[in-house]
Write a protein that binds this ligand. Structure first.
Ligand code: TXA
Ligand code: MG
Length: 344
């Protein structure tokens, strides 16, 4: 299959290109598209056959459910069974980087829910995503547009790398603004539970609805996550990755780099802007300033993919404390490093 790239300027959206992508969705084909978090791999969310194509293209385990993307809150009515009054306050944060899980309606095909009785819904803020959903006249089922287990793509080139020859259309809308996936919150029972931390942090969400908690697995690493997707190996670059946190992490990484280089290994370093100068002799990509976690989340996944392209054997990365956005970033880093996270 030939993969076509439709370049769309979000400041001046070309309606003809959106129409072309929307007819592909309506035909039951796959379209990769930008969102403010990461790129999604979209299909008609009410067409079971089309949704099954997503699993095939991504090599996604069949028990991992999909998120339905909507372009208007009123689309919720047909898709979900009931919404608790106290949870409605969260709608203030839509459109945005937040996915909410409800009891599903009868309309939802099995492929979307992986056979379960709940459905995940997201109303993205990205204009291209919203236009595509609204022109497709259907909710769009979309996981991140990577091969399962790889870092989520945050630009069209990274999607192309994984999906060239596998899907007919990739919309290129530039770099995703946020860079890590949406916060997933389970509202299918009275207790709101954060299943995946994201740009909207626990601390922030608690200021919107007081009665919200983190899934046990996000507080205690030994607990099994409630969300199917969270239990899989994820975000993994090809190289082995190790993470170091603390005031002396840069010096520690510098010593390790020397040792690995002497062993003949190609070392790649992810360092804060403040420490970058220490690593002039190595492949080093900047995570932005220590004080700027937004930049760190914005660049993390594309840097992991860049390290793969550069062919490094080992990635040594500086990490952050698990509070606020740091918790969401470390959730991805821990998985990418298969839990090789060290406090120095
Ligand atoms: O930012 C995002 O959420 C991106 C963009 C494209 O919207 N999408 C995304 O989808 O990250 P995906 O499939 O890569 O991650 C969705 C997560 C998975 O961990 C999945 O297990 C979980 O949401 N999920 C989906 N439906 C669920 C359900 N009904 N119950 C529990 N977890 C669910
Ligand atoms: Mg994913």
């Amino acid at each position: 299959m030939k993969t076509e790239i439709l370049k769309i300027d979000r400041e001046n959206i070309d309606e003809k290109l959106i129409d072309k992508a929307a007819s592909s969705i309506r035909n039951g084909d796959l379209v990769a598209f930008p969102t403010e978090t990461v790129y999604g791999l979209g299909a008609d969310g009410l067409n079971n056959e089309a949704c099954l194509k997503i699993f095939k293209a991504k090599h996604r385990p069949a028990d991992n459910p999909l998120i339905l993307h909507i372009s208007n809150i009123s689309m919720l009515d047909n898709l979900v069974e009931e919404i608790s009054e106290s949870h409605r306050k969260l709608f203030e944060l839509w459109p945005g980087p937040m996915t909410l899980i409800f009891k599903k309606s009868k309309l939802i095909p099995d492929a979307v829910t992986a056979g379960g009785d709940t459905v995940a819904i997201r109303f993205p803020s990205d204009e291209i995503a919203r236009e595509l959903i609204s022109k497709s006249k259907t909710p769009i089922a979309a996981p991140s547009a990577n091969i399962s287990g790889r870092p989520s793509p945050t630009n069209a080139d990274d999607v192309y790398y994984d999906m060239d020859g596998v899907i007919p259309i990739i919309i290129d809308g530039g770099q995703s603004n946020i860079g890590i996936e949406s916060t997933v919150i389970d509202l299918s029972t009275d207790q709101a539970i954060i299943l995946r931390p994201g740009f909207y942090t626990y601390e922030f969400l608690k200021s919107i609805i007081d009665d919200i908690k983190l899934d046990d697995s996000l507080v205690d690493d030994s607990k099994i996550p409630k969300s199917p997707g969270q239990k899989y190996k994820h975000y993994a670059p090809k190289a082995k990755m190790r993470v170091f946190i603390g005031n002396d992490s840069a010096n520690y990484i510098k010593n390790l780099s020397e040792i690995h280089s002497k062993e003949g290994k190609k070392v790649g370093i992810l360092a804060f802007e403040e420490d970058k100068d220490k690593f002039k002799d190595y492949v080093c990509l900047s995570l932005g300033s220590k004080k700027d976690l937004k930049t760190m989340s914005h660049v993390l996944f594309s840097h992991l993919r860049e390290m793969d392209r550069l062919g490094v054997d080992i990635i040594l990365a500086q990490g952050v404390r698990e509070i606020n956005l740091g918790k969401s970033i470390m959730n991805r880093m821990k998985k990418a490093a298969a839990n090789d996270v060290n406090y120095i």
